[in-house]
Design a protein around this ligand. Sequence first.
Ligand code: SF4
Length: 219
Amino acid sequence: MQAVSEMMQPAWRCVPQALRNMPALAELLAFARDPADALARAFCAALARFHCYAGTLTPPLGASSEEFRAALDYFLPGVLARFTLGDAAAGPVPGSEFDADEYHDLLALLEDHRADTSPETKWLARIIAMCCMGEHHLWEDMGLAHRGELSLLIAGGFPALAAKNTNDMRWKKFFYKQLCDREGLNLCRAPICTECVDYAKCFGPETPDTAAWSRRESP
Ligand code: SF4
Protein backbone atom coordinates (compact mmCIF):
# COMPACT_ATOMS: atom_id res chain seq x y z
CA MET A 1 0.00 0.00 0.00
CA GLN A 2 1.29 3.46 -0.88
CA ALA A 3 2.16 5.80 1.98
CA VAL A 4 0.08 8.97 2.25
CA SER A 5 3.18 11.03 1.48
CA GLU A 6 3.80 9.13 -1.76
CA MET A 7 0.26 9.70 -3.00
CA MET A 8 0.24 13.45 -2.51
CA GLN A 9 2.84 14.71 -4.91
CA PRO A 10 4.02 17.32 -5.70
CA ALA A 11 3.68 18.99 -2.26
CA TRP A 12 5.66 16.32 -0.46
CA ARG A 13 8.55 16.57 -2.91
CA CYS A 14 9.09 20.16 -1.71
CA VAL A 15 9.20 19.23 1.97
CA PRO A 16 12.76 19.41 3.33
CA GLN A 17 14.31 16.26 4.72
CA ALA A 18 14.27 17.77 8.21
CA LEU A 19 10.45 17.55 8.37
CA ARG A 20 9.85 14.23 6.64
CA ASN A 21 9.32 12.39 9.90
CA MET A 22 6.15 14.37 10.63
CA PRO A 23 3.12 12.25 9.70
CA ALA A 24 0.76 15.12 10.58
CA LEU A 25 2.43 17.27 7.93
CA ALA A 26 1.81 14.65 5.25
CA GLU A 27 -1.83 14.41 6.30
CA LEU A 28 -2.35 18.17 6.24
CA LEU A 29 -0.62 18.63 2.89
CA ALA A 30 -2.96 16.08 1.37
CA PHE A 31 -5.76 18.65 1.81
CA ALA A 32 -3.90 21.61 0.29
CA ARG A 33 -6.01 23.46 -2.26
CA ASP A 34 -2.82 24.42 -4.10
CA PRO A 35 0.13 22.18 -3.20
CA ALA A 36 2.43 24.47 -5.18
CA ASP A 37 1.60 27.43 -2.95
CA ALA A 38 4.52 28.07 -0.59
CA LEU A 39 2.27 29.84 1.94
CA ALA A 40 -0.05 26.82 2.08
CA ARG A 41 2.89 24.50 2.69
CA ALA A 42 4.24 26.77 5.41
CA PHE A 43 0.77 26.90 7.01
CA CYS A 44 0.77 23.09 7.14
CA ALA A 45 4.29 22.90 8.57
CA ALA A 46 3.50 25.37 11.36
CA LEU A 47 0.27 23.59 12.27
CA ALA A 48 1.81 20.11 12.11
CA ARG A 49 4.46 21.06 14.64
CA PHE A 50 2.60 23.29 17.05
CA HIS A 51 -1.15 23.02 16.58
CA CYS A 52 -2.04 19.48 15.58
CA TYR A 53 -2.40 16.73 18.16
CA ALA A 54 -4.78 13.95 19.14
CA GLY A 55 -6.75 14.47 15.95
CA THR A 56 -7.37 18.14 16.74
CA LEU A 57 -6.24 21.37 15.11
CA THR A 58 -6.00 24.27 17.54
CA PRO A 59 -5.91 27.96 16.56
CA PRO A 60 -2.48 29.63 16.77
CA LEU A 61 -2.07 32.21 19.53
CA GLY A 62 -3.90 35.39 18.64
CA ALA A 63 -6.23 33.77 16.10
CA SER A 64 -9.92 33.32 16.90
CA SER A 65 -11.68 30.05 16.13
CA GLU A 66 -13.65 31.77 13.34
CA GLU A 67 -10.51 33.20 11.79
CA PHE A 68 -8.75 29.84 12.01
CA ARG A 69 -11.70 28.01 10.46
CA ALA A 70 -11.67 30.48 7.56
CA ALA A 71 -7.96 29.90 7.01
CA LEU A 72 -8.45 26.12 7.09
CA ASP A 73 -11.27 26.41 4.55
CA TYR A 74 -9.07 28.56 2.34
CA PHE A 75 -5.79 26.64 2.50
CA LEU A 76 -6.99 23.12 3.31
CA PRO A 77 -10.61 22.66 2.22
CA GLY A 78 -12.16 19.56 3.74
CA VAL A 79 -9.53 19.13 6.44
CA LEU A 80 -12.14 19.41 9.20
CA ALA A 81 -13.60 16.13 7.98
CA ARG A 82 -10.39 14.54 9.23
CA PHE A 83 -9.49 16.77 12.22
CA THR A 84 -11.57 18.36 14.96
CA LEU A 85 -11.39 22.11 15.42
CA GLY A 86 -9.95 22.79 18.86
CA ASP A 87 -10.62 25.63 21.24
CA ALA A 88 -8.73 28.90 20.75
CA ALA A 89 -7.63 28.73 24.39
CA ALA A 90 -5.96 25.33 23.94
CA GLY A 91 -2.68 26.81 22.71
CA PRO A 92 0.30 25.03 21.16
CA VAL A 93 0.99 21.31 21.48
CA PRO A 94 1.70 20.48 25.13
CA GLY A 95 5.39 19.88 25.67
CA SER A 96 6.47 21.61 22.45
CA GLU A 97 9.32 24.10 22.71
CA PHE A 98 7.05 27.06 22.14
CA ASP A 99 7.92 30.34 23.82
CA ALA A 100 4.80 32.50 23.81
CA ASP A 101 6.68 35.69 24.70
CA GLU A 102 9.10 35.27 21.81
CA TYR A 103 6.22 34.44 19.51
CA HIS A 104 4.38 37.63 20.39
CA ASP A 105 7.55 39.75 20.05
CA LEU A 106 8.27 38.31 16.62
CA LEU A 107 4.65 38.65 15.60
CA ALA A 108 4.61 42.31 16.60
CA LEU A 109 7.75 42.97 14.56
CA LEU A 110 6.29 41.31 11.49
CA GLU A 111 2.84 42.83 11.83
CA ASP A 112 4.38 46.29 12.04
CA HIS A 113 5.86 45.69 8.57
CA ARG A 114 2.99 44.03 6.71
CA ALA A 115 2.68 45.07 3.09
CA ASP A 116 -1.11 45.14 3.35
CA THR A 117 -4.02 44.12 5.55
CA SER A 118 -4.78 40.88 3.71
CA PRO A 119 -5.34 37.58 5.53
CA GLU A 120 -2.32 36.22 3.64
CA THR A 121 0.15 38.63 5.26
CA LYS A 122 -1.53 38.17 8.64
CA TRP A 123 -1.10 34.40 8.42
CA LEU A 124 2.41 34.68 7.01
CA ALA A 125 3.40 36.74 10.07
CA ARG A 126 1.94 34.11 12.39
CA ILE A 127 3.54 31.25 10.47
CA ILE A 128 6.99 32.85 10.54
CA ALA A 129 6.70 33.71 14.25
CA MET A 130 5.68 30.11 15.01
CA CYS A 131 8.34 28.49 12.87
CA CYS A 132 11.10 30.61 14.43
CA MET A 133 10.60 28.24 17.40
CA GLY A 134 11.94 25.37 15.33
CA GLU A 135 15.48 24.06 15.57
CA HIS A 136 16.34 24.06 11.87
CA HIS A 137 16.82 26.82 9.34
CA LEU A 138 13.64 28.86 9.16
CA TRP A 139 12.94 27.82 5.57
CA GLU A 140 13.17 24.18 6.64
CA ASP A 141 10.88 24.59 9.64
CA MET A 142 8.40 26.31 7.33
CA GLY A 143 8.39 23.25 5.08
CA LEU A 144 9.74 25.21 2.11
CA ALA A 145 11.89 23.79 -0.65
CA HIS A 146 14.81 26.20 -0.15
CA ARG A 147 15.76 29.57 1.32
CA GLY A 148 14.81 31.36 -1.89
CA GLU A 149 11.13 30.53 -1.32
CA LEU A 150 11.31 32.07 2.14
CA SER A 151 13.05 35.20 0.83
CA LEU A 152 10.28 35.66 -1.75
CA LEU A 153 7.56 35.31 0.89
CA ILE A 154 9.27 37.82 3.19
CA ALA A 155 9.93 40.30 0.39
CA GLY A 156 6.28 40.10 -0.68
CA GLY A 157 4.74 40.17 2.78
CA PHE A 158 7.07 42.56 4.58
CA PRO A 159 9.01 44.54 1.95
CA ALA A 160 10.19 47.31 4.27
CA LEU A 161 11.57 44.78 6.73
CA ALA A 162 13.18 42.69 3.99
CA ALA A 163 14.89 45.82 2.65
CA LYS A 164 16.66 46.23 6.00
CA ASN A 165 18.43 42.92 5.54
CA THR A 166 20.98 44.52 3.26
CA ASN A 167 23.74 41.98 3.90
CA ASP A 168 21.51 38.93 3.51
CA MET A 169 21.70 37.79 7.11
CA ARG A 170 20.02 34.49 7.88
CA TRP A 171 16.36 35.36 8.27
CA LYS A 172 15.82 33.97 11.77
CA LYS A 173 18.99 35.67 13.02
CA PHE A 174 17.86 38.86 11.30
CA PHE A 175 14.49 38.87 13.04
CA TYR A 176 16.03 38.32 16.48
CA LYS A 177 18.60 41.03 15.75
CA GLN A 178 15.74 43.37 14.90
CA LEU A 179 14.10 42.56 18.23
CA CYS A 180 17.36 43.34 20.04
CA ASP A 181 17.65 46.63 18.19
CA ARG A 182 14.07 47.50 19.14
CA GLU A 183 14.82 46.89 22.80
CA GLY A 184 18.16 48.69 22.66
CA LEU A 185 19.97 45.45 23.47
CA ASN A 186 23.34 44.47 22.07
CA LEU A 187 24.13 40.79 22.52
CA CYS A 188 26.68 40.73 19.72
CA ARG A 189 30.19 39.54 20.38
CA ALA A 190 31.92 42.15 18.23
CA PRO A 191 31.31 45.77 17.24
CA ILE A 192 31.07 44.87 13.56
CA CYS A 193 29.96 41.68 11.90
CA THR A 194 33.04 41.13 9.76
CA GLU A 195 35.17 40.89 12.92
CA CYS A 196 32.77 38.62 14.80
CA VAL A 197 33.44 34.98 15.66
CA ASP A 198 29.75 34.31 15.04
CA TYR A 199 29.81 35.59 11.49
CA ALA A 200 29.13 32.17 9.96
CA LYS A 201 26.15 31.66 12.27
CA CYS A 202 24.58 34.90 11.14
CA PHE A 203 25.53 34.97 7.49
CA GLY A 204 26.59 31.43 6.54
CA PRO A 205 24.83 29.48 3.82
CA GLU A 206 21.52 27.92 4.83
CA THR A 207 21.89 24.59 3.16
CA PRO A 208 20.39 21.48 4.76
CA ASP A 209 23.90 20.17 5.48
CA THR A 210 24.53 23.04 7.87
CA ALA A 211 21.11 22.98 9.47
CA ALA A 212 22.01 21.91 12.98
CA TRP A 213 22.27 25.33 14.51
CA SER A 214 19.89 26.61 17.11
CA ARG A 215 18.11 29.91 17.46
CA ARG A 216 19.16 29.79 21.09
CA GLU A 217 22.80 30.33 20.18
CA SER A 218 24.11 33.88 20.52
CA PRO A 219 22.48 36.25 18.00
S1 SF4 B 1 27.89 38.47 13.09
FE1 SF4 B 1 28.30 38.96 15.24
S2 SF4 B 1 28.14 41.19 15.33
FE2 SF4 B 1 27.11 40.55 13.43
S3 SF4 B 1 24.94 40.28 13.99
FE3 SF4 B 1 25.95 38.29 14.19
S4 SF4 B 1 26.53 38.18 16.38
FE4 SF4 B 1 26.12 40.35 15.89
